[in-house]
Structures are given as structure tokens and as C-alpha cells.
Design a protein around this ligand. Sequence first.
Ligand code: PEP
Ligand code: MG
Length: 527
Amino acid sequence: MAVQLRLKATGASPGIASGPAYVEQQPAPPAVPNQPSAVSGHAELSAAIEVAIHQLESLATEADAESSDIIDFQIEVLRDPTISEMASARITAGDNVVFSWVGTLDGYIRELESAEEEQLRARAVDILDIKNRVLAALSGTPVEDFPAGSVYVGKDMEPSRFLAHNWSAGGGIALYGGSVAGHVALLARSRSVPMVIGAGPFALASGQEVRVDGDTGLIVLQPGRDRPLPARSDSLPMTAPVADNGKQLTADGVQTLLFINLNAPDEIRSIDPSTTAGIGLMRSEFAVTSLADAVNEEKQLSIYRHALEWAGGRSVTIRMFDIGGDKPMPGLAAASDLRGIRLLFARPEITRVQVRALLRAAVFGNLRVMLPMVTFPSDVDNMREIFREEAAELLGRGTPHRLPPIGMMVEVPAAALTLDEFKTADFLSFGTNDLSQYLVACARNDIDFAGLRERSVPAVLRLISYATKLAGIRPLSICGDIAGDPRWTGDLLAAGIRHFSVAPPQLPAIRSAIVGLKSDGTRVAGE
Ligand code: PEP
Ligand code: MG
């Protein structure tokens, strides 16, 4: 029998998973450059238009006379050479295929919306429909998926790849590199997918049995294994069983609220909303993972609305796209270092679509919008101005909407240290993952960050304690990973934090930590 080989690395997400290895041979494909070759852009657009025409033609076979008229009109527009020539001219001029299509169709829609004739104005929605149909065809699947139930082995993994994979059959992740604070590790923890990082390169063939132990950081290679291994991971329960709307008293009777962090929208399927105070952080960049979806207002509206309806009146904090760094959006410029709010300001074609989708979603529940990587007070003011402008636009069109409270992540040290200056932010939430990386000057997707993050905690806690005093009466919460680690719950209570937003599997541990602590963070006698 072949000997087991045990590699000691670092656990990044708890639990044990076994299965055949899927070894990623290729380096991660680079993000499509901002200005793809015009040739591929034209071809991509023609193919997407053909897909949309084909879909409409099959719809037409079962449509009644009135619907048939609309479909015929839509097909006619899609076949209209002027439309594709206008989009093609933008592509030739160097614009991205998605932006070219949206820019062309938006111009047409605006023209129709402002037409004198009622009949023409009514056509705008038909064009909106084909705009989104072509966008859906353009979005495609970002990368090839790997077999369900297997253990992914590779240098690193892109968040979009994690999100596109079906984890319901189990499986795990073993990385040569990676980081405990990288976004894939964060996703793995929130979905209870066992993950080990930092193993260094090791030889393994696809299909060979491998075991990943996220608790101990072990990777066990089992050549010629002679006993069956569990196919599914030993995952923690996804929900906290207490239906108290996330209210938890400390040992001395002070109320705290427990929210959940939401990454992919379908994560809420297995969670009973009454066990939470709501969603404290929805990372919209994990809900909308392609450029075509990022400019698709209707698609985003349905994603946000779904979360709001699930919450049933509880608070839902949706963070605007935090794209950039180790969260690239396939198809969007990889060339710049911009991330978070700076990228949002640099990309109004995306930002304004998200703003409109959020304004429209706000009528379906208790929405709060949170801004990522805010650094200066003017960041909040400038984004609020965009919300006002888009609200005026929606009002002009008679589209139902509501201006939600706009708050900010406190995850850039400069903002934390000057928090009293951010008077126009309606609420604040500490992002300790980014605070850590900027305090210890080490990128969070760097392999060395695991140890540095642990050592950064005292500095992060001091910063939080200081910033909390500057926050005044504004609602304050914490949604970074430290919030879900019971070792620090006492320090966070002592710093004045009362609202915790954590990955769903961490809810039970934080509940029990709070039960055994007083509001000043000290333990009750006997604990
Ligand atoms: C954080 O930085 O702590 C945070 C919650 O945001 P993200 O992990 O998505 O960067
Ligand atoms: Mg962050």
C-alpha cells in the first residue's frame, strides 16, 4: 500500500473534506483587458445578439398575437444594422463590448422615453428588455467549473470561480499559496467549505484522493487509498437555531444585535431570517460577478429585492461594489490599482446602474447602502450626490424608488482616525480585514499575512476603541472577520460595539460568547 503523505500548511476555513483532486494546471487567466481587441469585441457582440434573436424566435412560437408583435419588433431592432453599427463604432474606438452595447441601447431608450407619442414611449421597455437579453448572453460563465465534490488544488483561486462552483456535493480547497484573509478564504468560511492554504507546490495528479483538514491545516495525499473516505465535508450548521431576531443580551442585560454577512445571494436559502437581526453586510461584488450583470439594472434589482424580501422588514445593508485588488471583476480594467469607492467614481457606467438598482430596491424593504473603502468625508458626499441625481432621473421616469440611508465601511485607517469628520455618513461599520492589512503594511492575499493578521489584532482593537469615541451617536457595527471570532468579543464589547455582523456559521459561537460576558467585556464569575 502506498504511504500517506501529510503536508502541514495553514487552515483557512474549518472542517474536513475528502475527494478526488482537481489540479489547476494553468495560472489564473488574466482579467480581460479594459480594451479588448476590436475583432473579438465585434464577434462577441454578434454572437450575443444571435443568442438573443434565437431566444426571441423560440418565444414567438408560443406567443399570442399581441406578444408576437412585440417580439417581432424586438427581433427587428436586433437585426437593425444601425444599432449594431453604432455599437461596433464604439468597440472600434476602443470601448469595452459591454459598455458599447449599453451605451448604444441606453441612448435609444432615452430617445424613446422622451418621445411625444405615447406609442413610441411605450416601446422603451421593449428595448430595455433586449438590452438585458443581450447582456445576459454576453455575461457567460467566467471560467470553466471543476467537478462537484472534488478538492480544488492550485496556486490560488479567483472569487468568481468559487462562486460559480456547486459546493452542495462537498469538496474543499488546498492552495499552494493563498491567504487566510483573502476573499476566497472568507467565502469558504461563510459556506463552510474546508480550506487549507500556504502548502507550497506539491506533486499531485488530478483524480488522486486528497484530504483537506481546515482545522489542523493538514493536506493528506492518499495514493492508492484502501478505505472509503467521507465525500462530504464535516461542516458546521449553517444557521443559529434561536428565533429571537438576532437579539442577544450580555450577562449584565445589555442588548446586542447579531446580523449576518452575506456573500452569494443563495446563501440565505438555508437561513431562517428570524434567527438574525438582518443582513449587516451584503458584499454585492460577490452577488454580481460579471461586467454584463454589473450594468444590468433589472438583474441587480431582482437580486437586491430578493434579499430584502427574505429579511421581511429587518435591516439589510448592501455594500456597493468593492471591486479591485483580489476581487477583480472579469472584463474590467486590471490595469489600475483602484479599489472600492475610488473605482466606483472612476466607473460611472457601472456605479450609476447600481445606484438606480439600489434606489428601486429600497421600496421593497429596510435597505441601507454602505460604501466600501471610504477614505475622505467628500467620498460620502459625492456618492450621495450621485444617488440624488439618479433619484431625480427615476422620478422623471415615474419609476418607484426611495433614497436609503447611506453609510460607510470604516476600513481605511485614515477614515477611522478622523471618524468625527464624516458627519454625513448615516451609519458606520468596521471592516477589520482591511484595517489589519493597512495597519501592518502587508496585502491580505499575501501568504505572510496569516501571522501578521493575528499580531495586528491589538492595534486594530485600539483603533476601533479610539474611533468608536469619534463616532458619536451614529449607528455603529462591525462586519470584519474579528466580529466572528469569539476570542475578541469581550474586547469589542469593551470598545462599545453592540452590533455584530458575522458569517452565518459563526453566529452560534458569538452568541455564546456574549452570554458569558458583561457589556464592559469582562467575564462573569465562573465562566
Ligand atoms: C473588511 O475589510 O473587514 C470587510 C468586511 O470587507 P471585505 O472583507 O469584503 O474587504
Ligand atoms: Mg474590506
